[in-house]
Design a binder for this molecule. Structure first.
Ligand SMILES: NC(=O)c1ccc[n+]([C@@H]2O[C@H](COP(=O)([O-])OP(=O)(O)OC[C@H]3O[C@@H](n4cnc5c(N)ncnc54)[C@H](OP(=O)(O)O)[C@@H]3O)[C@@H](O)[C@H]2O)c1
Length: 254
């Protein structure tokens, strides 16, 4: 049966890693857009502090670690009971390799840690929340990726686990979009740009709010919008970096 059209305040969004950085800015932006926002944070104390800072009655805190499938399932059960649907899933939580290391030097445990947060986490979130997104009139999934996930000629090789995890997150976005073709759910990836957060550091030129802009744009795409793509500053970004010949072909052959 078709759900009736949602009124403002009845649209539910979930943001992972919402206690700080870009995730916090996304949560704030969605609250300002009349969404009810579920802040999924792994640390109760910092989640509560973020919730208080947001100071809006329309936010709900769920403590869960995206590496832990059981905690994701518990979150899904809670949201099913409380809201019965989910309109927006923002897979924002992420981590980057500590220091600089080649693949040879990267401890396997470090590789596993990054992949479990940046790839396995979003996979589990999509897997367990898709049944609830399918109950929405306009389900949207936004995977927060990075330009560092773009592969092809001329890329740098630093932070290998992070780069590989984001390239794989782009692949997840593409495969999921293909599976969801013909449904009301749109799934896209986004590069927020280099933002001043704990991950981005103080040298970054963008605010988390600026980084959140395209995430919110993709989360609120109208029906029939793009799916399976990556965006930065509301413009499509290729998953693969072209060499010069490929670039020339693309430029002159539409
Ligand atoms: N900042 C940039 O320049 C930049 C550029 C491109 C892409 N990105 C992407 O943007 C996203 C957000 O980054 P940010 O800069 O805002 O980073 P950040 O300030 O370091 O925040 C990362 C967030 O992820 C959460 N998190 C990490 N592991 C988690 C887990 N296992 N379960 C639940 N939450 C977890 C952290 O929670 P705790 O507070 O508990 O640690 C924190 O809330 C990431 O996916 C990142 O790759 C950032």
């Amino acid at each position: 049966m078709q759900r009736k059209k949602d009124k403002p305040g009845e649209r539910i969004a979930l943001v992972t890693g919402a206690n700080r950085g870009i995730g916090f800015a996304v949560a704030r932006g969605l609250l300002d857009n009349d969404f009810q926002v579920i802040l999924l944070c792994r640390n109760k104390r910092s989640g509560e502090a973020a919730s208080q800072k947001l100071g809006k009655k329309n936010s709900v805190l769920i403590v869960a670690d995206i590496r832990d499938e059981r905690s994701i399932i518990a979150a899904q059960r809670y949201i099913t009971k409380k809201f019965g649907k989910l309109d927006i899933l923002i897979n924002n939580a992420g981590e980057i390799d500590c220091g600089e290391a080649t693949i040879e030097q990267t401890p396997t445990s470090e590789f596993d840690r990054i992949l479990s947060i940046n790839l396995r986490g979003p996979f589990l979130m999509c897997k367990h929340f898709l049944p609830l997104l399918k109950k929405s009139n306009s389900g949207r999934i936004v995977n927060v990726s990075s330009e560092m996930g773009i592969i092809g000629p001329g890329i740098r090789g630093n932070k290998p686990a992070y780069r590989i995890s984001k390239a794989a997150l782009n692949a997840l976005t593409s495969v999921l979009a293909a599976q969801l073709k013909g449904t009301k759910i749109l799934v896209n990836a986004v590069c927020p740009g280099w933002c001043k957060t704990r991950m981005g550091g103080n040298g970054a030129h963008r605010s988390p709010k600026k980084g959140a802009e395209t995430i919110i744009y993709l989360a609120t795409l109208p029906k029939g919008g793009p799916s399976g793509k990556m965006f930065r500053d509301k413009k499509e970004l290729p998953y693969y970096r072209c060499n010069r010949i490929c670039w020339l072909i693309k430029k002159f052959i539409p």
